[in-house]
Design a protein around this ligand. Structure first.
Ligand SMILES: N[C@@H](CCC(=O)N[C@@H](CS)C(=O)NCC(=O)O)C(=O)O
Length: 202
């Protein structure tokens, strides 16, 4: 088994996940600048030309960061990061989608529609980038209201992949000049705790 990964938020998710589990997998670094993600051999692993990809020993390729984490959870169940019983698993699934769609995608859309790196990959719509940039504080405010119940983690009393999606969104916001805004104290409480985890540096 080996993980093709490199710069970017989705590889970072998997690295945080593995750090939280205390597991190591051989890694192959894919360099965007050298266009290694567009090489024919790599496109056989992921026809979308994206990282991360987990290649199993039999050649099976698993793409999509959270799907890779899900596979690793099966191999290394402890500590559980997708929930530990039916209700908590349901909550993690729910919060994974919410964090992906409400927070991560909003910040990601700003990057996709404004950063020169993505110019040749996407039809950029600058007005959409600006609309999404304006929406980012509202998304964090929505999460702040959710966390006002004092829970330490996104999906409840336990750390999960929903926190990982949020951690990477927070990091991406910093990279693209959209840090978590002032006035969302519950989010800042959560963010501070996440940044203190050793896995933040993965
Ligand atoms: N939904 C995928 C997204 C993967 C993705 O967009 N990866 C980026 C880096 S973070 C990439 O490889 N981009 C190269 C490109 O789009 O050309 C996941 O969760 O893994």
């Amino acid at each position: 088994m080996r993980l093709y990964q490199g710069d970017g938020p989705n590889s970072y998710r998997v690295r945080i996940f593995m750090a939280e589990k205390g597991i190591e997998v051989p890694m192959v670094r894919i360099d965007f600048a050298k266009r290694e993600h567009r090489a024919p051999e790599f496109l056989k692993l992921n026809s979308l030309g994206q990282i991360p990809v987990l290649e199993l020993d039999d050649g099976t390729a698993i793409t999509e960061s959270i799907a890779i984490c899900r596979y690793l959870e099966e191999l290394y169940p402890q500590p559980p990061l997708f929930g530990h019983d039916a209700p908590s698993r349901g909550k993690v699934e729910m919060w994974n989608r919410r964090m992906e769609q409400q927070i991560s995608a909003t910040i990601g859309n700003v990057a996709l529609h404004s950063d020169p790196f993505f110019k040749e990959r996407h039809t950029q719509v600058p007005a959409f980038a600006e609309a999404q940039r304006a929406a980012v504080p509202q998304k964090w405010a929505w999460l702040d209201n959710e966390l006002a119940d004092g829970r330490p983690f996104i999906a409840g009393e336990f750390f999960s992949t929903a926190d990982i999606i949020g951690m990477v969104a927070s990091w991406l916001g910093d990279v693209f000049g959209m840090p978590i805004p002032d006035g969302v104290d519950n989010v800042h409480r959560w963010d501070k705790a996440m940044r203190a985890r050793p896995s933040w540096k993965a």
